[in-house]
Structure formats: structure tokens, C-alpha cells
Design a protein around this ligand. Structure first.
Ligand code: URA
Length: 203
């Protein structure tokens, strides 16, 4: 059962990071779509779920464009604790991008999570999940909106890289590009749905 296997995996991660608050994946374990973000921020730690607060608002807009509901997808992060730094000027804690080591350390867990969920398509959000999936330095600027493939634990997965939804807050010029990518993703999802319907009709 997926539920039991995911539970075992999450317990393993928690046990291996006893000093961190771990934010586990959320949503429909049987979803055909898995969304892979970067890492939780402060709000996610507070609420205990990925993509809530401001990030959740942007994420919801993204789902609205695709015409899908949050309950219908499975959402998870590449690194499952909040990477932080101290802002030297304000002395306050803020988020930072996960290091290459942190991403490498989480790879096996995320590969296992993917093998349990077995989504038909994995939508990566930003550079961090791209590095996690492909184990190299491909940059989102080079591959956004292009359907890719990756073999993970002996199974081929479709990977659709998108900019991180938060990136468009800092760079408004990306908004149009982001919308075009979402339209391409929508077409890919339609194709997948047709294939699923076709297979269902045959059985
Ligand atoms: N919140 C998350 O859970 N993941 C992100 O990548 C950003 C915000």
C-alpha cells in the first residue's frame, strides 16, 4: 500500500534528521502529477504543509491556470526541512537555497518517494528539483517548458521543468514565459489524460 510505504519513508527521514522539522509530501498519493518544489519556508514549518502562505497563494494561481485542484495532485519538496541563514544586517532568520550537499543527501529519499507515488509526470519548480532529478547543473533557464525524461529506479518518468512560482515575483518579465510554459504543460497533461482514458476503455 502506497500509504504505508510513504509513512515508512517519512519516518525514516524524520529519524535521520532528529533536529529538523520535516515537512512531508501532501496530497493525493494516486495522482498522475507530482509537483516537486525546493524546500519549505517559515510558513510551511509553522503550518506543517508544503506550499502554504505566500508561496501557497502563488501555487494556487498556478493550479488555477491548469484547472486542477490541490487535492488532486501530490506536492512535495526536494529538501524537506527549512534551510536557513541569519541575515547579518537584521539578525533575523531567513530562507536560503539548499546547498548541493543538501540536495545530494535528499536524492535517495525523493527517488524512493517517486517510486512509491509512480506519477505519470513530475513537474519540477525551479533549479533545486532539477539538480535533484538530473544530478547535474542544468539550469531552469535552459530547459523550462520542455518535456524531458529520466529513468529513476528502473522506471522512465516524464519531467516537465517550470520556473519556481516565486521567481515571477522577483522577475516580472518571466510572467509571460511562465504562462506559455503552463499552457504547454496543460497540453502535456491533456495528452496523458487521453492515454489514460484510452487504456481504461480497453480494460
Ligand atoms: N514552499 C514550499 O513548500 N516549497 C517551495 O519550494 C517554496 C515554498
Amino acid at each position: 500500500m502506497k500509504k504505508d510505504r510513504i509513512k515508512v519513508l517519512n519516518e525514516k527521514i524524520k529519524k535521520n534528521y532528529p533536529n529538523e522539522k520535516i515537512i512531508i509530501g501532501d496530497g493525493n498519493l494516486n495522482s498522475t502529477i507530482m509537483l516537486l518544489g525546493e524546500a519549505p519556508g517559515g510558513k510551511e514549518i509553522e503550518i506543517g504543509k508544503p506550499f502554504v502562505g505566500q508561496a501557497g497563494k502563488h501555487f494556487q494561481e498556478f493550479l488555477d491556470v491548469l484547472n486542477i485542484k490541490r487535492e488532486d495532485v501530490y506536492i512535495t519538496n526536494s529538501v524537506k526541512y527549512r534551510p536557513t541563514k541569519i541575515n547579518a544586517r537584521t539578525n533575523r532568520i531567513s530562507n536560503r537555497t539548499p546547498t548541493v550537499k543538501e540536495i545530494d543527501d535528499f536524492r535517495d529519499y525523493i527517488y524512493e518517494e517517486i517510486s512509491i507515488i509512480m506519477p505519470k509526470i513530475i513537474v519540477t519548480l525551479g533549479n533545486t528539483p532539477l539538480r535533484l532529478i538530473f544530478k547535474n547543473d542544468i539550469k531552469i533557464g535552459e530547459v523550462h517548458g520542455k518535456l524531458m525524461e529520466k529513468e529513476i529506479n528502473n522506471r522512465n518518468y516524464k519531467i516537465f521543468p517550470l520556473y519556481h512560482p516565486a521567481a515571477i515575483i522577483y522577475n516580472r518579465d518571466l510572467k509571460d514565459i511562465y504562462m506559455e510554459d503552463l499552457i504547454k504543460l496543460k497540453k502535456e497533461l491533456k495528452k496523458l489524460q487521453k492515454r489514460v482514458d484510452f487504456i481504461l476503455k480497453r480494460v
